[in-house]
Design a protein around this ligand. Structure first.
Ligand SMILES: NC(=O)c1ccc[n+]([C@@H]2O[C@H](COP(=O)([O-])OP(=O)(O)OC[C@H]3O[C@@H](n4cnc5c(N)ncnc54)[C@H](OP(=O)(O)O)[C@@H]3O)[C@@H](O)[C@H]2O)c1
Length: 298
């Protein structure tokens, strides 16, 4: 299987480079090698690689900055996704793409299922929803995996930020009225590879559609931070108190849904794939960081 991977230095892209490797030849691009804002580069890359599968892990992911850069978000998350879809169709390839819990407004009481009507609250969510529409409109064999609250043991994300703040601050004030599933990039990449390994790109084409793919269970950002602190406790000179606050007390440019929970039943039913509970993913990610040793840099 020849797999073209975009966004290889992102959280999910980095983990996909590892997880997809046993499936075949992975030709992975960073932004320098393939800029999604340049349609000509997308066309040339896909035609040169002639992939069986395109996995698009690149995206405009700056949720708050997107409010002042809507065109950039739309270009990368929607226009480029559509061009990738057209090129995938031309190449006879399956397109695997990622989307987000932020396509929903969070007003539902239960976990969202794939058929629930989206209603994004922010520009990033609207651009990702437009990306879903672009791909579906092309009619290419595709899997759109909606995930949530992604983190990993490198770079900038909530997990790494909390580890740093636990050392820098006397107290942490963390939002407790948004509920979702923290999902490690590693677990999402493993699940993606699992789906491809079990079913193959041709069979998957017939199961084209949107699938929710998050870690199991749910918590708030406050609960997530508390669990990170619990795991890190032994390594801390002093444990600062963690105080729950409401979203109103922590205003950001982009509004977020209160309920980000996504039901993963369809992923399990159609593919037999299930991500581990969020606590287990977090423990694995924390252990990975610990193994990196004292030189790790928060
Ligand atoms: N992070 C989350 O909490 C979250 C939640 C739900 C869904 N998702 C979705 O999951 C997928 C993976 O997200 P992630 O967390 O891995 O994001 P990430 O860590 O921000 O990685 C995104 C990657 O896309 C690359 N990129 C940005 N603009 C590009 C362009 N014009 N051309 C080529 N590459 C470009 C970035 O390159 P640079 O390194 O050069 O910037 C980066 O490597 C995305 O579709 C995202 O929307 C993420």
């Amino acid at each position: 299987m020849r797999i073209l991977l975009t966004g290889k230095n992102g959280q999910v892209g980095w983990e996909l480079s590892r997880a997809l490797a046993p499936l075949g030849e992975v030709i992975a691009f960073d932004r320098e090698g393939l800029d999604l804002a340049a349609p000509g580069q997308i066309v040339s890359a896909v035609r040169a690689v002639r992939p069986d599968v395109i996995v698009n892990a690149a995206a405009y992911t700056l949720v708050d900055r997107a409010e002042s850069e809507p065109d950039a978000a739309l270009t990368i998350n929607a226009v480029a996704a559509g061009i990738l879809a057209e090129e995938a169709k031309r190449a006879g390839a399956l397109l695997v793409h990622y989307s987000t819990d932020y396509v929903f407004d969070g007003t539902k009481d239960d976990p969202y299922v794939e058929e629930d009507p989206p209603n994004p609250l922010n520009t990033y969510g609207r651009s990702k929803l437009a990306g879903e529409h672009s791909i579906r409109a092309v009619g290419v064999p595709h899997l759109i995996l909606r995930t949530s609250w992604v983190y990993t043991a490198r770079g900038n994300n909530f997990f790494m930020t909390i580890l740093r703040l636990l050392r820098e601050k006397n107290a942490l004030r963390i939002v407790s009225d948004q509920i979702g599933a923290p999902t490690s990039a590693g677990a999402l990449a493993d699940a993606t590879a699992d789906v491809l390994r079990r079913h193959g790109p041709l069979a998957l084409g017939e199961l084209s559609g949107i699938y929710h793919a998050t870690a199991g269970g749910s918590t708030s950002w406050y609960g997530f931070a508390t669990q990170i602190a619990r795991l890190e406790q032994a390594a801390l000179p002093q444990m600062p108190p963690i105080v729950p606050i409401s979203s109103n007390e922590y205003p950001l440019p982009a509004a977020r849904p209160k309920n980000s929970r996504l039901s993963n039943e369809k992923l399990l039913r159609c593919f037999g794939v299930k991500l581990p509970p969020w606590e287990a993913c977090l423990e694995a990610c924390h252990a990975q960081l610990r193994r990196a040793g004292p030189a790790r840099n928060f």
